[in-house]
Design a protein around this ligand. Structure first.
Ligand SMILES: Cc1cc2nc3c(=O)[nH]c(=O)nc-3n(C[C@H](O)[C@H](O)[C@H](O)COP(=O)(O)OP(=O)(O)OC[C@H]3O[C@@H](n4cnc5c(N)ncnc54)[C@H](O)[C@@H]3O)c2cc1C
Length: 301
């Protein structure tokens, strides 16, 4: 399947952002049916440039992640990226998963350290495995034949004790080790992103494709839970709007669409190279945001 870096190059030459969507492996068979028979079918109108599939805590979804990425590529003909983490895995196990992925036609991997199972607490490296994601990037680069993505944090990584600039230096190191592009954590204040992008480009001495991670909010309660886990800041005005909306889910979805549309318009005006939707396995908000912005991928062209 196509390398994402080639898609980025082509879209960049056309002056258009790459449009992608992230899914997580559903827990149930019914969830899987709904994802493929409803969500992915509905998203077809967006002509997505690529999709990505997360990797559950501690490798708990290895088979499902592989199966989903393969199915998206083979049946829907959409390039897909597999997320891969270092949690609970020695190098030989990671090599086995990567071999399986490559044998199934997967060419794009998002190389992550991962969070401890449960999402909180201190990350403990597995003896014989990797402590940081740059080591996984290095491992994949040396293996060859892959396009490698890495995670970036516009507000700095939640557990980086030395602050955001130290975290961004670690990101630059991941690029030096062979990552082809960055996918960011969700953020709601574009100033954070612009400062992050300027810093990274200056340190690198060149631009690198960055897919901005955008979450069209669907519920205030859920957003607070997510941001507690990943450390993203909810701007005060957004927080008070969501508190006012309260339990009115329909109003929250509409608010999320309007917020993400405004946020993305500003990012598109600032020529971001790509937009990565955290769609939570649903299509509605992502489609509405894209419709508001006249945003579409260009798969197959
Ligand atoms: C787009 C995206 C997708 C994600 N998908 C998944 C997923 O599918 N499954 C999952 O479990 N998690 C996922 N995550 C969460 C991610 O695994 C966590 O945020 C994790 O805590 C950090 O991963 P990383 O790859 O950035 O780690 P690293 O790059 O290893 O960084 C982890 C911490 O170590 C620090 N650090 C990095 N390098 C060094 C160094 N050389 N020396 C000292 N300190 C260093 C960093 O500043 C940071 O604080 C995703 C995150 C993003 C942004």
């Amino acid at each position: 399947m196509q390398f994402i870096r080639d898609i980025q190059k082509k879209r960049g030459q056309a002056g258009k952002p790459v449009v992608s969507v992230e899914f997580f492996p559903p827990k149930t068979d019914a969830g899987m049916v709904s994802l493929f028979d409803e969500t992915l079918k509905e998203l077809d109108v967006l002509d997505l440039d690529f999709c990505s599939v997360t990797y559950g805590a501690g490798g708990s979804t290895t088979d499902k992640t592989l199966e989903m990425v393969t199915r998206i590529q083979n049946t829907l003909k959409i390039p897909a990226m597999m997320h891969l983490t270092c949690v609970n895995a020695v190098r030989e196990q990671l090599a086995e998963v990567v071999d399986k992925a490559v044998d199934s036609g997967i060419s794009n991997i998002l190389a992550l350290r991962g969070d401890p199972p449960g999402g909180t607490g201190e990350f403990v490296p597995t003896p014989g495995g990797f402590e940081y994601s740059y080591q996984l990037v290095d491992f994949l680069k040396k293996r060859g034949g892959l396009c490698i993505g890495t995670a970036g944090f516009p507000e700095g990584h939640i557990h980086c004790r030395d602050g955001k600039h130290a975290d961004w230096d670690h990101l630059v190191n991941k690029i030096h080790h062979g990552a082809d592009f960055i996918v960011t954590q969700l953020f709601f204040d574009n100033h954070d992103f612009f400062e992050f992008r300027d810093y990274v480009y200056e340190k690198l001495g060149r631009p690198v494709p960055i897919e901005v991670g955008v979450l069209p909010v669907v519920s205030g309660k859920q957003l607070k839970r997510f941001t507690e886990l990943c450390g993203a800041r909810i701007p005060a005005a957004m927080l008070s709007d969501l508190d006012r909306i309260g339990e009115d889910d329909q109003a929250a979805v509409q608010y999320g669409i309007e917020y993400a549309s405004r946020q993305l318009q500003e990012l598109m005006d600032a020529k971001v190279s790509g937009i990565h939707f955290y769609c939570l396995n649903k299509s509605y908000s992502t489609i509405e945001v894209c419709r508001n912005l006249g945003l579409k991928g260009q798969r197959g062209q």
